[in-house]
Design a protein around this ligand. Structure first.
Ligand code: BGC
Length: 353
């Protein structure tokens, strides 16, 4: 009898302990590692801050690190996250194919990895991918050019140049292909004339996505092909950091006259440029939406629930198709930025002055 009572007591104690742990929050106090590529670009600071805020609100501890755009730094930061007890690691890779050692470690330790915004390539250690629809970002840029120049009806020809992103970032090809595929018929018919002749991804890429890199290529193109007064109508740039470089090159070399310039991210400097008429559009990818989606994924993974994905065919990382959740991008211009960026609380009016 005594034995039975003590057995019942032990069972009751274990039950109390289990309930007690659960009471600590749905998260059970787990730690999540968030590895971001760099503080140099505004968007990653916002991504990191949003992720940290949302994860903490969901009851998780957060280990947020920035890798100064350096692969080796990112590898050791991720390794530390794993040895310091993170249960899931969320990674926006500096370079999609170079995280091998850290990913092996995650796999051995059974730690799920979520690729954030940029796909992690050539690894089976990546469990899920959350991003905006990268191809659609490019399509939106191309369509903007078509609509703004009224390419269907206008006689043209119009002169165009392209600037794409970092070849080490799997997104860069999607952005460029989305844009190029959209305007291709007009390039082929000659209504859009690429004066420099540079129209393959490799020719127009911007290693590191650096504004300075994009600026010097733009300066070369302007002095080689436009110095004689040849009119430039469009510079299709994949994102805001490259658009900024191109705009700076134009400021100095092109009598302050701005063609249609596209971008992506709605960075503050670029939004100011849109308001000033120096950049025509930017594709807005609300980092709050992506962060919420990833926090949801983390919760579903840790609770062993079915993880929400909406694309299971597009993102093959060379080893497997990574189940993905793609968020919707939005076109932002000087006409709708107030509604999209200010009314939604993304920026304050003062930040854009
Ligand atoms: C992101 C873009 C960003 C670019 C440069 C890409 O992977 O999707 O939003 O502009 O990296 O950081």
């Amino acid at each position: 009898m005594k034995k039975l009572v003590s057995l019942l007591l032990s069972v009751a104690m274990v039950a109390v302990l289990l309930v007690g742990c659960g009471a600590g929050g749905a998260s059970g106090g787990k730690k999540v590692g968030v590895s971001m590529p760099t503080r140099d670009l505004q968007r990653w600071n916002q991504d990191g801050a949003n992720m940290e805020k949302e994860l903490k609100a969901a009851g998780y501890e957060v280990d947020l690190q920035y890798a100064s755009n350096d692969v080796q730094t990112q590898v050791s930061q991720i390794e530390n996250m794993i040895s310091n007890g993170c249960s899931v690691v969320v990674i926006a890779a500096v370079e999609g194919s170079s995280l091998g050692e850290a990913l092996d470690m995650a796999k051995k330790a059974n730690i799920p990895v979520i690729a954030y915004d940029r796909l992690i390539m050539n690894s089976d250690a990546v469990s899920y991918y959350a991003t905006f629809d990268n191809y659609k970002v490019g399509v939106a840029q191309g369509q903007f050019v078509i609509d703004t120049l009224d390419l269907k009806n206008a006689a043209g020809p119009f002169n165009i140049e392209f600037t794409a992103g970092d070849p080490g970032d799997n997104n860069a090809g999607f952005f460029f292909n989305g844009a190029y595929d959209t305007v291709k018929e007009y390039v082929e018919s000659g209504k859009l004339n690429v004066v420099s002749g540079q129209k393959t991804f490799d020719e127009v890429a911007t290693p590191t996505w650096g504004s300075d890199v994009a600026q010097s290529r733009a300066e070369n193109i302007l002095s080689s092909y436009y110095a004689d007064g040849t009119e430039l109508d469009v510079w299709l740039c994949s994102n805001d950091s490259t658009a900024l470089g191109v705009t700076n090159a134009l400021k100095a070399n092109y009598n302050g006259k701005y063609p249609v310039i596209t971008g992506q991210d709605c960075d503050i400097e670029n939004t100011k440029n849109m308001i000033d008429g120096k950049q025509s559009m930017s594709v807005f990818k609300d980092t709050r939406t992506l962060a919420s989606q990833v926090v949801k994924m983390v919760g579903q993974i840790l609770k062993g629930e079915k993880v929400d994905v909406n694309d299971e065919k597009t993102y093959n990382n060379g080893i497997k198709v990574v189940p993905s959740f793609l968020c919707e991008p939005t076109v932002c211009t000087a006409d709708n930025y107030k509604e999209i960026l200010i009314d939604s609380g993304y920026y304050t009016e003062d930040q854009l002055k």
